[in-house]
Design a binder for this molecule. Sequence first.
Ligand SMILES: [Zn+2]
Length: 566
Amino acid sequence: VLRHSSCTLLCCAALVSSVACGSKKQPPKPRPPTSDAAVTVNNKPRLVVLIVVDQLPSWSFDKQHTFMKSGIGRLLRGGTFYPRAEYPYAITYTAPGHVALATGAPPAVSGILANGWYQRSLGRSVSAVADKEHPIMLVNPAGDTAKNKRKRAYGASAARLKVTGVGDWLRAQTDGKGKAIAVSLKDRAANFVLGQRPNLAIWYDAGQAAMTTSSWYAKQPPPWLLDLAKKKPVSANFNYVWKLASPELTARITGNPDDAPGEGGIYGLTNTFPHSLAKASAAAALRATPVGPLITTQTAIAAVHGEQLGKDDIPDLLAVSYSSHDYAGHTWGQESWERFDLLLHIDKQIGVLLDELDRVVGKDRYTVVLTSDHGVTRVVEQSKQHKRAAHRITTDALMIPLTKACEGVLGKGKWIAAGSASMVYMTAEFHKLPSPRKDKALAAMVAALKAVKGIAYAKRTDQLAGNCATRRGIDALVCRSLAPNESGDIFVAVAPNSIFSGEYKTGTTHGSPNPDDRFVPIIVHTPGGKARVVKGPVSTLRIAPTLARMLDIKPAKTAPAPALVP
Ligand SMILES: [Zn+2]
């Protein structure tokens, strides 16, 4: 509809209520309540975009969204902002988060419990995306080393996902004409953010310093991806130096010094600015710097052109997940200078992406949903509760009393198989014991876990599985994270402000059922929309049905939540 093409979003809204375009002095009349639907019907989107900012908790975005002046700012200025959207399950990691966005289903239904979890049949933990049947492709010849070849052989796919997602619904309901493409630095984000079989998922392989895919999606990498690797090689950024535009402003906004307590480093990057990739393991370290959102956006834009997204009236679907925000959040903390500055860079890169979509697809021909896959807990040393109720819980602090409690009942033996994804897995030998002995041992273990400083909750999972609708509070959240035969025997959760410090002697993490880890923002942006805030909590399981509504397709039965748009 050409009459809209030269107007700003505000002007388009004004057109709907019959105010002449360009009469700036006259304030636009309030739009009638049905105008959202009217605009959508008149201008059916040709492209629906899902943007994920990895690890963006409500508690932090609440304080900082007003500083978003570019892409995120634009979405806020013309969209509905839900500051407190909720993941309704307990194990809050990247893989189940992206799966929930794609499928509208909690882990108990989707089968993706965590980023990786213990597999009883194998006797070890396995990554949720690992798939030896579908090796990762070589896109950059520089990655043709024995080491990278071994790594690529681990493969990646969405094969473990038990339910379909919005990308699958789109392909099935448009006879394959609607395309679904996912881009992220992380394999677990790209592979899960659109469902089982999007047309393509692309992610970053540090071993070859290139964006790549796996044979789950295609026999060969698409030509445009090979082209991108040649024309804009990731290695061109290996001398990048990350500096702050204004350290004074950053200090004021974050309320922290550059080297705040508890901050760590990553791949040779230290805890203070400037961060020079030349002094670090550049190919890996760049993921925690603004180079991450830069190459993510470059790839997303190349995908829009290469796959002809938004070119015809059958809508396409693009998901872009900005992983660097999570790397920075883990390493330096959510309230660090680095993490805040990275969000500003992501804001800018989303602006670049939206500007390109304006040109290629048309300003009023695409819709955007922005959200996150989980929140995060404050750095323990920066918490007001530090040394009183905020603890880094070491693996020993858990496993020593746990083993002691178990052996106190059963005697010495190999009873505990593993601690994995907030769960304790017992061995096959243990499960051969008579029930009363098992019950007594598990009761002693639960009591021992609850006595550990920083632990708030421990319960046998067989007392929590089944119909989650009948459960309340954390019990219901845990129930939605459990799958028969896959979950451990005991679920354990940290208290608010505490973390499991196994991988995080410094920095911080997420994964708990606490609100800091579960609540994230959502922004829903449709053409001609205006800024609106919906303060009450909404479930993130409503995003997949929302995307489906925007694409004019039906969600699967496994995504029963109502859409956020009419
Ligand atoms: Zn994540």
